[in-house]
Every structure is written in structure tokens, then in C-alpha cells.
Ligand binder design. Structure first.
Ligand SMILES: [Ca+2]
Ligand SMILES: [Ca+2]
Length: 160
């Protein structure tokens, strides 16, 4: 007889592997016009529906936006101001993923796979898990970053 625990574990592993293979196989290599360093960026916080990372990435495109990047202290401040206006505090995807699963090679997949370089806003002790290959904000307050499993249903932040 198969125990309930092993069924749950099996489903969990299947879900993880599907999610991981989708993440590895999707073609993120489309060209996005990059407005450059003087960009006046706007962030859009979407908190109507929880989705996994790919759902978030696609939803932003459907809105004519793209999943948010945070590449400087100015942008982090703008994001914080934007999030502080949202009536419900929650946890949100932004566009970084760990390409190798080693917590070292993070790229912004909505920005022509630009390396997450220079500015970062990791919470103390993060990233801490090689299986968590996406970035969420809001888990630990002050809108710092945490690495999270890409299958986790979360809200998301887009930009244009
Ligand atoms: Ca990680
Ligand atoms: Ca983490």
C-alpha cells in the first residue's frame, strides 16, 4: 500500500521537475528595447491572482509590460514607494532567475538576460537554497529579496 506521505512527496517531486524543466527550456532570448540608464520606470503591482514564475512572466507580457527588474538603489526606492501604497502587504515575483542553480549566476530574464550585477537587495543570509531559483520580494519586510521556488504561487510586479 502506498502511504499518503509518499503520494504527496511523489506529487511534489513531479511538480518540481515539471516546473524546473519548463524554466530550463523556455526561450527567454527575445529582444526587449532597453530604455537605458535614464529610464523613468513605472512599477505595477499585480495582486489579483497568485501564479507561478512563468505565469507571472507571461501575465506581464499580456499587460504590455514585463516582469520587474530592480537594478539600482533609485529603482529599489521607487519600488518601495510603489509597494507601500498597495493596500495589502504580500509577496511578489520579480524577474531574476538563477540560471545554474548554484545561487551565483542570476539574470534578469525580462531584460535580455542581463546579469544581476552591481545592485542587489538580498535579505541577510539570502540566497540560501540551490533549489530556489526565482526571486521574491516581501517575505522578510523592507522589500528585500529572497530566493524562492519558481513553482510557488505568488503575486507579481511588472514594469514598463
Ligand atoms: Ca537559490
Ligand atoms: Ca531563500
Amino acid at each position: 500500500m502506498v502511504s499518503k506521505t509518499s503520494v504527496i512527496l511523489f506529487c511534489f517531486i513531479i511538480k518540481l521537475s515539471i516546473c524546473a524543466s519548463v524554466l530550463n527550456n523556455i526561450d527567454y532570448s527575445f529582444e526587449i528595447m532597453d530604455p537605458g540608464p535614464n529610464l523613468v520606470k513605472r512599477y505595477y503591482v499585480h495582486y489579483d491572482k497568485h501564479v507561478d514564475f512563468l505565469g507571472a512572466w507571461n501575465a506581464c507580457l499580456r499587460y504590455g509590460q514585463r516582469l520587474a527588474t530592480v537594478t539600482s538603489q533609485e529603482e529599489a526606492n521607487l519600488l518601495q514607494e510603489t509597494l507601500d501604497k498597495v493596500p495589502r502587504k504580500s509577496i511578489y515575483y520579480i524577474a531574476g532567475i538563477d540560471t545554474n542553480g548554484d545561487n551565483k549566476n542570476w539574470v534578469w530574464v525580462s531584460r535580455n538576460n542581463a546579469k544581476v550585477a552591481g545592485y542587489t537587495n538580498w535579505h541577510l543570509g539570502q540566497p540560501d537554497n540551490v533549489y530556489d531559483r526565482c526571486i521574491e520580494v516581501g517575505r522578510y519586510g523592507k522589500w528585500t529579496w529572497n530566493d524562492v521556488n519558481c513553482c510557488t504561487p505568488l503575486y507579481y510586479i511588472c514594469e514598463d
